[in-house]
Design a protein around this ligand. Structure first.
Ligand code: PLP
Length: 413
């Protein structure tokens, strides 16, 4: 790894050299990658780790007595330990490998939810949740005769504290909340929200898909019951993610998928289940992905998330300043606590057209509802254009975005 950050300023040029894709051209222009909230690019260390698994130690985990299986198992479990430290969890057994946030939420809704939620119970979410933190709860509520409640947000895109407090009650079984919104950038005061949920007697699940890439997260400091993250949004591989759950909860929860590795013994009459985390990891896991995620976390540790977050905060305020100066451009999501995402619309120009024209300039942005249709409804728009930043982005790239937008408005405005 070539990037070494010293002092208080991120060495962005060194960081960029660690990400091979950033040197490529798109439509004859240098790639300006501003779609990091959808997925981040991968440093060479992560690519090497995945490749290294397949070239050197490819084998199934937890089963074989042979050398390669032992090495693969060790690498897989080392990655689990890295994730445990990354999230500040107490024990490796509290870290369950899943495909990503989507699967993590579904696991909790299906396993914990089916065992603990009944008719008349309530699940509380916020109005800024990603579809993956809405639909699994909807499905559970429909099955169980429970009710899904939604804490509203204000015009800035912040949860309204009084409304949130009023929705918490003795029927609330669980509160599911996003740590950092992918479409608005809002950073929720999750520590406080968790505390309030616990006072009401509810459990909590935090969707950390965005947050973990931009700030240090400590699940014990937050005191959350569940926390979910996806590897691919923290510079790791796709198809791997993590569910953190408090040990007592996980131990009491029934398995949600049956198969190999999650059992201790099987007869046709009955099976006995393995201990956590294996009880929840049926079948062959994404071994290479987990090892790649471990490498991504090691990379982040080396760079320093605090430095990266500070750099991204600088980019966000610069981009906000630059975009605000563009006439007819409206920023959607102006929370006081906000990070790394800037969503906007331009009068009379369809977001899709903006995205397509900017793609021609090599600028990768996301346009659409960002899997948060209720947020679009709340702000009375069908879609937004979203620029989202990672540690390798630069002010020059923000300038390129502004120049590109100027061209779009000239042509279509
Ligand atoms: C990306 C994202 C998800 C879904 O993550 P997957 O990796 O697709 O499962 C959920 N919530 C937020 C806030 C996201 O940004």
């Amino acid at each position: 790894m070539s990037s070494v950050s010293e002092g208080t300023i991120l060495d962005v040029r060194a960081i960029r050299r660690d990400f091979p894709i950033l040197t490529r051209q798109v439509h004859g222009h240098p790639l300006v990658y501003l779609d990091n909230a959808a997925t981040t690019q991968k440093p060479q260390a992560v690519i090497d780790a995945e490749l290294g698994f397949y070239r050197e130690i490819c084998s199934n985990v937890h089963r074989g007595v042979h050398e390669l299986s032992g090495r693969a198992t060790e690498a897989f479990e080392t990655a689990r330990g890295r994730v445990r430290r990354f999230l500040g969890a107490a024990d490796d057994h509290e870290i369950i490998f899943v495909r990503g946030v989507t699967e993590g939420v579904n696991l909790v809704a299906q396993s914990w939810g089916r065992a603990n939620v009944g008719p008349g119970d309530e699940i509380l979410i916020t109005a800024m949740e990603h579809h993956s933190n809405i639909v699994p709860w909807q499905m559970l509520c429909q099955d169980k005769g429970a009710t899904l409640k939604v804490a509203p947000i204000n015009d800035a895109g912040e949860v309204i504290p009084e409304a949130y407090a009023a929705l918490l009650g003795p029927k609330t079984r669980l509160v599911a909340m996003v740590h950092q919104s992918n479409s608005l950038g809002t950073v929720n005061p999750v520590r406080k929200m968790i505390e309030m949920a616990h006072v009401a007697g509810a459990l909590t699940l935090v969707d950390g898909a965005q947050a973990v890439a931009h700030r240090n997260v400590d699940v014990r400091d937050l005191a959350t019951d569940f926390y979910v993250m996806s590897g691919h949004k923290v510079y790791g591989p796709t198809g791997i993610g993590v569910l953190y759950g408090r040990a007592e909860l996980l131990e009491a929860m029934p398995p949600w998928q049956g198969g190999g590795d999650m059992i201790l013994s099987v007869t046709f009459e009955r099976s006995t289940y393995n201990q956590v985390p294996f009880k929840f990891e049926a079948g062959t896991p994404n071994v290479a992905g987990a090892i790649g995620l471990g490498a991504a976390i090691a990379y982040l540790d080396q760079v320093g998330l605090e430095l990266a977050g500070a750099h991204e905060a600088g980019l966000l305020s610069y981009a906000t300043e630059v975009l605000t100066a563009i006439p007819d451009l409206r920023i959607i999501g102006t929370a006081r606590e906000k990070a790394s995402v800037i969503s906007f619309v331009v009068d009379d120009i369809h977001p899709h057209d903006i995205g397509t024209i900017l793609d021609g300039e090599g600028i990768a942005l996301r346009t659409g509802h960002h899997c948060t249709q209720p947020v679009m409804d709340r702000f009375g728009v069908a879609a937004t254009v979203r620029a989202s930043f990672a540690m390798y982005n630069t002010r020059e790239e923000v300038d390129a975005l502004a120049v590109g937008l100027g061209k779009v408005i000239e042509v279509l405005g």
